[in-house]
Design a binder for this molecule. Structure first.
Ligand code: G6P
Length: 366
């Protein structure tokens, strides 16, 4: 089948807009009518799993970092995450009871595949989260979990990232159930929240014009900082990656609490600082880090929900309102502003959005 841009200016714009639909597809494949999580294909029982190692590259690596917070908080399993190019050469010892999870859109990334082969025969089980079910990584796993994102053409990953996060979140719920640490009522509220996800993502897409206006202001910056805490820290990393990949603006992300240990030295009136802060349990902490930036005249772009903005947006350079969402799912929602800010900044700068210089969609050589 021929893939076209479906009326959009770029594949990336089309793929961002497709997210409510493809997320709905992914949910359908994993959610039954009974509120339990059903993994497609071969089973995976977490009862005997003592720890998890997650390995990936690029955007898929940030999906793993997010899932670490979920696995540890919701399923109470210790998780280690590494980039594949490091993991494969550091000869990590793999102890009994280790589940190794590889996340890859293409399923063909050379470093990720090599890391998987290193684990084969050593780990208890090898699982993968992939967009291409026929791929090498899927074929060489004991359990391959498809993300159902559909073909992704833009080099900068968008819909694959939110689908990876959604499938990983469901895997976490399954793990928590298998281990007996999640009661049926709490599971049910997570599942209800998941079912509401496509419509919340749709609401976020309605903020497109606000994000375009903010991106226009960003497009003249030389350096941009992204801040987030807890499960929003990997989203800050993903926001910085997206921006540098397609707009070529230097961007870095920090865990908000780490700001005072170095990066605050970079802040002056020239530096936009994007703060990803839903009104969750860590909100006040993030806001106090944000105020340290404002005290040094940094230009803050605050991304939060109505409640967060009404409490903390005084004096910021710009703000973007996200819909309210149950705390655990905020990383999936906040991927949208990360994607759209990068997209509109790149469009404003006139770069080749779908085919950025020096980058490939899938890196099949080392
Ligand atoms: C390349 C792409 C990224 C992607 C990474 C991992 O660098 O440009 O968008 O995140 O590879 O790819 P994978 O197919 O393994 O998810």
């Amino acid at each position: 089948t021929r893939i076209d841009k479906g009326g959009h200016k770029h594949f990336m714009a089309k793929e961002i807009a497709e997210q409510p639909g493809v997320l709905g597809q992914a949910l359908q494949h994993y959610l039954g009518t009974d509120s339990e999580i059903h993994l497609p294909g071969a089973g995976l029982d977490f009862a005997g799993i003592e720890r998890i190692t997650m390995v990936a590259c690029g955007t898929a690596f940030y999906a793993c970092l997010t899932a670490k917070y979920w696995f540890e908080q919701i399923a109470r399993i210790p998780v280690e995450v590494d980039v594949a190019s490091e993991y494969r050469y550091r000869e990590p010892p793999i102890t009994k009871g280790t589940l190794a999870i590889f996340v890859s859109q293409s399923g063909e990334t050379a470093d990720t595949l090599a890391a998987l082969r290193y684990c084969a025969g050593k780990a208890e089980k090898i699982a993968s989260v992939v967009n291409v079910p026929e791929s090498s990584i899927a074929r060489e796993s004991d359990v391959a979990l498809p993300i159902y994102a559909g073909v992704e053409v833009g080099v900068a990953s968008t819909k694959a990232f939110t689908c990876q996060l959604t499938v990983l979140f469901m895997l976490v719920l399954k793990a928590a159930r298998d281990r007996g640490v999640l009661d049926a009522g709490t599971l049910d509220s997570h599942v209800q929240a998941l079912r509401g996800l496509p419509s919340i993502i749709n609401q976020a897409l309605e903020q497109n014009a606000a994000m375009r206006d903010t991106a226009y202001k960003l497009s003249t910056a030389r350096d941009v900082l992204f801040l987030g805490r807890g499960q929003m820290y990997p989203l800050a990393l993903e926001g910085a990656l997206k921006l540098k990949e397609i707009s070529y603006i230097h961007a870095e992300a920090y865990a908000s609490g780490e700001l005072k240990h170095g990066p605050i030295a970079l802040v002056d009136e020239e530096v936009p600082v994007i703060v990803m802060a839903p009104r969750d349990a860590l909100f006040d902490k993030t806001v106090s880090n944000m105020q340290e930036v404002m005290a040094r005249k940094g230009k803050v772009i605050l991304i939060s929900d109505a409640r967060g903005l009404s409490e903390a947006s005084q004096g910021v350079w710009s703000s973007i309102e996200m819909p309210e969402i149950p705390d655990a799912l905020a990383p999936i929602l906040y991927a949208l502003p990360a994607q759209l800010l990068a997209y509109h900044t790149a469009v404003a700068k006139g770069t080749d959005v779908d085919q950025p210089r020096n980058l490939a969609k899938s890196v099949t050589v080392e």
